[in-house]
Every structure is written in C-alpha cells, then in structure tokens.
Design a protein around this ligand. Sequence first.
Ligand SMILES: Cc1ncc(COP(=O)(O)O)c(C=O)c1O
Length: 435
Amino acid sequence: MTTSAVKITKSINSDSSQEKDDIARLESEVRGYVRLFPTVFDVAKGSTLIDTDGKKYIDFFCGAGTLNYGHNNPKAKLALLDYISNDGIQHSLDAATKAKVEFLRAFEDIILKPRNLEYKIQFTGPTGTNAVEAAIKLARKSKKRSHIIAFSHAYHGHTLGALAVTANAYYHDEHYGSRSNVTHLPYDGYMGDDVDTSEYLAKVLDDQSSGIPIPAAIILETIQGEGGINVARNKWLKNIEAICKKHDILLIVDDIQMGNGRTGKFFSFEHSGINPDIVCLSKSIGGGLPFSINLIKPEEDLWKPGEHTGTFRGNNLAFVAGKAVLEHWNEDFEDAIFTRSLMIQSRLKHILEKYPQKGLSYRGLGMVWGLDMGSGKVARLIINEAFNQGLLVESSGADDEVLKIMAALTIDIDTLEQGLIIFEKAVHHILDNAS
Ligand SMILES: Cc1ncc(COP(=O)(O)O)c(C=O)c1O
C-alpha cells in the first residue's frame, strides 16, 4: 500500500469542447456518466484522473466499485505488461490457459482457504449482470421452482433476468416482458429500524395462503450500493439465511459492488458470518478489467458442460490483473482500509455536526459511505460543485439523494484527505447558499 500521493502529469494536446460535441453527436442518448462528469478523461493513476484539458480529479467514485485497487494499479500493470510482451494468450473461450490456472490457484489460496470457504468457480460473461443472470438460472434449475425473492431498492443489473430482480421503476418498461416470477419484499430498515422485515418474510413463506410461493432463491446485497447505501444488519442477514435453510431456498449474495474488500473484508458477508449458496462477484475482481465469476457451493454446481455458455467467459488479461491485485490481501490490507474508513467517518460526522437542522444522516461500512441529503436535487448540486473543484463523487438511492463516497481501498492518505476537504467544501458551498 502506498502512503504518498501518486504523481501523474499530462500535456494538453486536444480540444475538449470538440471531443464533447463529437460524443454527443455519435453516442446514443442512453449515455449517463458523461452527463454527470462532463469532461473527457484521458489518463489516470491510483486515485487521480486527468482530463484532456489537463485538469486533475480525485476519484471518490471508482467506477462504482470497479477500481477498488486504484487506476492502473502498479501490481496489475506490471503483470499485464509482462504478460502482453510475452505474447500471453488473449482469448480462449473457456479453454485452459496458464493465466486461468494461476488465477484459480491464487483465488483459492488467498481468498477461499483462509476463510474456510469451499466453492466451485463459474466464469460468466464479463459484466455483473451476466453473473446475476447465471445465478438465477442455476437456482431455478436446482430447486425446480421459478420464483425468486428480491428486495426493495435492490440493484442487480439490466439484462432481462437481472432486471426483473432490480427494483427501481426507472429501469423498467412494461414492454420488456413479464416480471411475474419475482416478488420484491421489504429490505432491512425499509419500515424503519424498529421493524424486522425478515419476520414478515418468514411469515409469508410459512403461510401457504400468503400468495407468495416458495422461491428457488432469495437474492440480496448485504449493503445496497445503488439503492442508497442501505446496510443490512447482521441479525437480519442471519435470519434470511435461516429462512432459506428452513424452506430449502438458495441464498444468492450479489457481492458485485460490495465485494472485493469494499466493506473492509474481502466478502461483504464475512461481517455477518452467513454462508451463501451462490456469490456473484464482478467489478474489481478483474483488477480493473471486465471479469465476473459466480462462486457456487459444490453440491449446487449442477450445470451440464457448456449448458450456460458465452464467448467472453473468463478474460485472460483480467485473470492476470485479477491475480495481481489479490496480492494486496497478503498485506495488512484490512487495517489499512480501517484507517481510511475512520477518516471518512470522522469527516461525515463533522459535516453532520455543522448542520444539525438539515436532517442529514450518514451510513456505511469500510470504504463505502453514504451521506443522505434527503433531496436528489441538493445531492446533484453538491456533485456538480465537487466536480468543479476536482472531485468525482456520485449519488444513489430512489431519488439519487445519497452522496456516495467510494474511494479506492488503496488511496494514499494525503489524497484521501484532499478529497474529503473538497467534499466538505462542496457540501458547505451548496448548503450555505441554499435558501
Ligand atoms: C450489486 C450490483 N449487482 C449487479 C450490478 C450490475 O453490474 P454490471 O453493470 O457490470 O452489469 C451492479 C452494478 O452496479 C451492482 O452494483
């Protein structure tokens, strides 16, 4: 882990307004983040990006959890340069390659064995939604039931199966097809902290006249990243696990955003001690490159050869980068994350103390924190102000009202401090000028 700020420089050699115009002219209206961060990024290292105008930005966004180990992580970069210069295999469908074997061995040695976890590893298509899609299919095949239970504010991706378990109405259209095999029930905290919504779930599944069929699987995020940094309590997660056991339901943990160390431990579910049947991992598992896997309990690995297939299952460059970044877990990584987590928490506490009358709150764990502004409009003004001051931060939640701090786990202390100062200044700027 580095402790001093990374230095990168960039000479200005392009016309960014022309570049932005060309993107608007050529790229589909579906584009999103280019609207949130209206610039043209060029180079990046660690937690700093530089755009084509030469302006620097500190990254508290991290590709929504893809860059947990920073941009161009030095371990991944060296391994990749070496691999490419030696003409390592680029693409192989799922044929055996040395890069794959080495990734599998490293994942077993560094991640699974020390945690006493036994899983088979399925390489799915390279995006998170591909992993979710495969998990849902496998659960349905295993349990010979079609129903799936998901939760309010859940986010699992946009292909049709994963979309069906994603809650936000903005992403849905009645013409996309039926979602009738999915029921969304209230997530932990949805009815306030005093109501334990797992009791409701237990009751409807115990009652054959509740109208909710026994599902093949329950799919959940232990912390809902896109849903507004909603943190499920350990007791609630344990209760859901017990309900799954009782009714022979598979428990799928979608750790696509909260895995890979984001919460301070490699898997987000380690805090609660639950033991999911299927774990979906993506984003940072490829060390910054597209890559997704599902971890499947051996007895649930019921796939027939090639039954769930695709051209980009496994990505050799991501095997190499992914293996390299796993080496961070051989160091005092959890302690380093904890130190950074405390810095973020104390800054958020400070902001709250400054505005007792605004009804702000914050929540999170490890290196994922949300500052709930109570208004998507106010959150957006703060994002814009932070961007102007050189900080990338996004928001989540039903109204995009929760500012989401997701710095790289490897961010050096100085850069983190600088980013937090900008963040606080942006909040002050907007709140102090609000009528
Ligand atoms: C929890 C969770 N699941 C699934 C996905 C979908 O991943 P992708 O965008 O790579 O398809 C995301 C993306 O943000 C996510 O946060």
